[in-house]
Each structure stands twice: as C-alpha cells, then as structure tokens.
Design a protein around this ligand. Structure first.
Ligand code: NAD
Length: 286
C-alpha cells in the first residue's frame, strides 16, 4: 500500500522556509509584496484569490487585490499592470485566470514585467523554463517537484508520464522533469490507449480534470502517482483524476485530493514572490 504524500505537511515545511526568508528581507527593509488582479466574478477564482491573500499574510508578505468588473476594457487592466510594474513596493503580479472571454489573455500576461511574473506565464519565462533557466517556475508543477524532493523520490533516469498538456500544468511539469534528466512522455485527450503509456511510468503525474481517469490496471506496481486534478462531483465531493482507493494498493507513493498538490500551488506562489522581492532588492542595491 502506497505512502500518502501529505501536501499540507510539505507546504508547511516550505512555508517555514518562506517565513525565514521574509523575515531576513524585512530586516533589510523590504517587505515582499504581491498584487493580484481578478476580473469578473467567477466564484472559484474568488476562492483561489482569497486563499492566496491568506497564505501571503500568514508568511508575512503584503498583498493587494485589484478587482475589476467582467466588462472592464482590456486597456484598463493593462494600464493597472503597467502601474504595478513601476511600483517598487510590488514584487509579484498575478492575473487570476481565466479572464472573461473578450480578453486577449496572452496580451494581458505579456504586459506583466518579466521580473514580477510570479506565475511564470509570461512568454519570456516560458522560454526560460524550456532552457532550464527560469526563476519563476509555474506554481503547480513547481509544487509537484517540491513534493517529490521532500519524499526523496529520485527523478534522474526515471520514466515520467504526464497526463495533461496544458500550458499551466502539463507542459511546464514535463519541462521541469526533463530538466532533471527524467525520460518524459506527455499524454492528452487525443492520446490513443492512454494505459499503454501510463503503465510505463515510474512517476505518473495526472492533470486532466477527469475523475477516475487513472485506474489500478493502468499503473505499474511501485509507481509514484501525483494527482493534480480537482473535480467536484454532483454529490459535492472533491476528487482528483485518480481512482485513489484502487491505485493506492499498487503505488509506492500517492498524493490525495484534497490535501495533495492543492496546498503546494499557493505555497509556491508565495515562494516565487519572495524570490522576486529578493532579486529586485539585490538589483536595487547593485
Ligand atoms: P486543462 O483543461 O487546461 O488541460 C487538461 C489537459 O488534460 C489537456 O491537455 C487535455 O488534452 C487533457 N485531457 C483531458 N481529458 C483527457 C483524457 N480523457 N485523457 C487524457 N488526457 C486528457 O486543465 P489544467 O488547467 O491543466 O488542469 C488540469 C486539472 O488540474 C484540473 O482538474 C484542474 O482543476 C487541476 N488543477 C489543479 C491545481 C492544483 O493546485 N491542484 C492547479 C491547476 C489545475
């Protein structure tokens, strides 16, 4: 039976380091600051933003939320981003996705200064990640990497299968683990016979948004299974993409939903904001 990777415990561990770094920065007169932009009233987005603010406060960062109505013109949101780019008290800028349909999300994200792009979605940082140089790895896959590190799970030479190829999770996850010399395979909705790939995985990362996508017969005995999916069932329960009870009988490690990757994502956002503050302070000090 698999060991359950306790995302809350790993998050607490990383947050303790974040608190120390924040205290050290404050002693130098720098309080790391995050600005969050939210447009429209997507209820899930509101919950995510509230949790991000809470995490910042807990660690000692300051944060400000800028909420815009759904019908706000793109230009107004972009103007706010440009003002935040120039504000020395703001070290990280995050635009909560998804944006309302009329927005050109790529353009909006491109307006964020690459030095303040704590979500790592600016094309510059995406390119840097592809070359293994980014300072702002996207928070969810970064959180998964930290969980693997915390459990001392080897990555070099391992077969990694990532299910899901989104820009936010699947692709950057694959990049990060390839950078660590894993052999990486990415599967997605058009993959024929998913099981023929997943069965090869020493480490299986699943981010598809499909409940019960991964069944025990698709998993190698002893595999490490990380479930990124978050799905709300009609009965109100929150589940991942993995048949948790079935797969945990075969895996060596498994991350649960909730209490797995979720707490890590927000923690890595706080971490990235602190790194942004540290870098900007170093640049300012010369
Ligand atoms: P997305 O919808 O942008 O991408 C989903 C990907 O999964 C696509 O590449 C798609 O081709 C693939 N996919 C869909 N159905 C599939 C199937 N049947 N077989 C194989 N591949 C399939 O979603 P996303 O933003 O990458 O998020 C994925 C999941 O992770 C969602 O459930 C989301 O809620 C969750 N998520 C969790 C966190 C967290 O903090 N834990 C963060 C981001 C996303």
């Amino acid at each position: 039976v698999a060991k359950i990777i306790d995302g809350k415990a790993v998050a607490q561990h990383v947050r303790a380091q974040c608190r120390e770094e924040t205290a050290a920065l404050k002693a130098r007169g720098v309080t790391p600051g995050l600005a969050v932009i939210i447009v429209g009233d997507n209820p899930a987005s509101k919950v995510y933003v509230a949790n991000k603010v809470k995490a910042c406060t807990e660690v000692g960062l300051h944060s400000t939320v800028y909420a815009f109505a759904a019908d706000t013109p793109d230009a107004e949101v972009e103007a706010k981003i440009l003002a935040l780019n120039a504000d020395p008290l703001v070290h990280g800028i995050l635009v909560q996705l998804p944006l309302p349909k009329h927005f050109d999300a790529k353009r909006v994200l491109a307006a964020i200064s690459v030095d303040k792009d704590v979500d790592g979605f600016h094309l510059y940082n995406v390119g840097a990640l592809a070359q293994g140089e980014t300072v702002f790895p996207p928070c969810t896959p970064y959180g998964v990497s930290k969980m693997l590190e915390y459990e001392n799970i080897p990555i070099e030479g391992q077969n990694v299968v990532v299910v899901g190829a989104s820009n936010i999770v699947g692709k950057p996850m694959a990049m990060m683990l390839m950078q660590r010399d894993a052999t990486v395979c990415i599967c997605h909705a058009k993959t024929r016979d998913l099981a023929q790939f997943t069965i090869l995985a020493d480490i299986l990362v699943v981010a598809a948004g499909v409940p019960n996508l991964i069944l025990p017969q698709m998993v190698r005995t002893g595999a490490v299974v990380i479930d990124v999916g978050i799905n709300r069932l009609p009965d109100g329960r929150l589940v991942g993409d993995v048949d948790f009870e079935g797969v945990r009988q075969k895996a060596s490690y498994i991350s649960p939903v909730p209490g797995g990757v979720g707490p890590m994502t927000i923690t890595m956002l706080v971490h990235n904001t602190i790194q942004a503050a540290r870098r900007q302070a170093e640049l300012a000090e010369g």
